[in-house]
Structures are given as structure tokens and as C-alpha cells.
Design a protein around this ligand. Structure first.
Ligand SMILES: Cc1cc2nc3c(=O)[nH]c(=O)nc-3n(C[C@H](O)[C@H](O)[C@H](O)COP(=O)(O)OP(=O)(O)OC[C@H]3O[C@@H](n4cnc5c(N)ncnc54)[C@H](O)[C@@H]3O)c2cc1C
Length: 128
């Protein structure tokens, strides 16, 4: 895009969109940020074809997650992984609040209706 076009767009209230690309081609977040480091990072392990079911708590501290593997093949084997330091939830705008609520973090009414054991009340979960 030329500078002239960029100025025109800015004046009109629009801004140029930035896209993640490598060598001129669109890349996914995985291709851009994870796969280049898979071999070199000793502390990184990716478990594919898995779905996190719940966060596991010790008191009100998340200490691990349970997850299903072989998901696409319809076999749901349940697994547990313990966190040494912390659990980071990054399941996206729908997946993250869903996972939190399934784990007992969310608005009281929803958790009570779903008969989920309440860990922490968070009334704004799912409201973003
Ligand atoms: C059409 C479009 C184009 C975009 N282009 C760009 C771009 O070029 N550059 C840019 O920087 N941003 C771009 N964005 C924005 C970018 O995609 C998001 O900001 C970013 O992906 C958010 O990352 P995230 O990790 O929070 O969530 P997500 O990318 O949504 O990742 C969440 C992941 O968690 C998984 N998940 C959900 N629930 C579970 C569960 N229970 N167990 C296991 N996994 C689970 C989902 O399958 C998903 O893979 C674009 C967005 C859209 C819609």
C-alpha cells in the first residue's frame, strides 16, 4: 500500500489492516509462533487432538488440568497434567469462559443452574 493511500485511509477514518504473513503468505498463529520453536524449546510440549475438560484446583489455586485425548477419533481418554507454576487459560473468546465456568468460575446463577461446584464467583465471565 502506498503512503498516499495510507494517508487517504487514515483521513477517511479507516486504518490499514495488519496480517500475519511469512514470505508473503498468510500463516496461522501456530505456524508463526509455535512450530518454529517446537524443537528448540525444551520446556514446550504440544499435545494435539486434545480438549481441556476442567481446571483442577487446590483450594482456589489452579494446579493442573484434565483433558481428553484422541478427540477426533471419538475415543475420549481422560488425562491429567499438573502445573509446576501456573495454568494459563487461552482457549479463545468462547472457549475460555466456557472452560472457566465448567471448572466452577463464573456467575452464581449459571453455575448453580448447571450444578457446578463453585470455586470462585466471577459475575462478568461470558459477558465480554
Ligand atoms: C478472520 C481473522 C483474521 C485474523 N487475522 C489476524 C492476523 O493476521 N494477525 C493477528 O495478529 N491477528 C489476527 N486475527 C486475530 C487473532 O486471530 C486473535 O486475536 C487471536 O487468534 C486470539 O488468540 P487466542 O489464543 O486468544 O485465541 P484463539 O486463536 O481463538 O485460540 C484459542 C484456541 O483454543 C482452542 N480451544 C478452545 N477450547 C479448548 C479446550 N477446551 N481445550 C483445548 N483447546 C481449546 C481453540 O480450538 C483454539 O485453537 C484475526 C482474526 C480473525 C477472526
Amino acid at each position: 500500500m502506498t503512503v498516499y493511500m495510507e494517508i487517504l485511509l487514515l483521513l477517511s477514518g479507516f486504518t490499514p489492516r495488519e496480517f500475519s504473513k511469512r514470505f508473503g503468505r498468510r500463516v496461522s498463529a501456530y505456524a508463526g509462533y509455535i512450530s518454529p520453536f517446537l524443537r528448540s524449546r525444551k520446556n514446550l510440549k504440544v499435545i494435539a487432538d486434545a480438549e481441556v475438560n476442567r481446571l483442577v484446583f487446590n483450594g482456589n489455586r489452579a494446579v493442573g488440568v484434565t483433558y481428553f485425548t484422541n478427540f477426533s477419533r471419538g475415543v475420549r481418554s481422560n488425562n491429567f497434567v499438573r502445573a509446576r507454576k501456573e495454568v494459563i487459560v487461552s482457549a479463545g473468546i468462547i472457549g475460555s469462559p466456557l472452560l472457566l465456568m465448567r471448572s466452577g468460575i463464573g456467575p452464581k446463577d449459571d453455575l448453580t443452574r448447571a450444578k457446578v461446584n463453585i470455586i470462585f464467583l466471577l459475575k462478568h465471565a461470558k459477558k465480554h
